[in-house]
Write a protein that binds this ligand. Sequence first.
Ligand code: SF4
Length: 75
Amino acid sequence: MDPKDEQKLAGQKVVVDQSKCIGCGLCASTCSDVFELDESGKSKVKDDADCEKAGCCQEAVDNCPAKAISWSKQD
Ligand code: SF4
């Protein structure tokens, strides 16, 4: 991974805006360590999600057809 990307990932996590999510499942299939569909059929970020380790979060952000996934500063 590009060092700049690693810097970007450090201290950040992804969030899903469920009001935008259309439940297509793309994020859960491209990045199954981080995303899963919940009981309402919308994507959610797993509690133990680790984007630095998974390395697929940016791809999920870029490919979401509803632009429902974004980066957020970690608390
Ligand atoms: S890729 Fe986007 S629209 Fe599709 S399930 Fe994931 S968050 Fe929802």
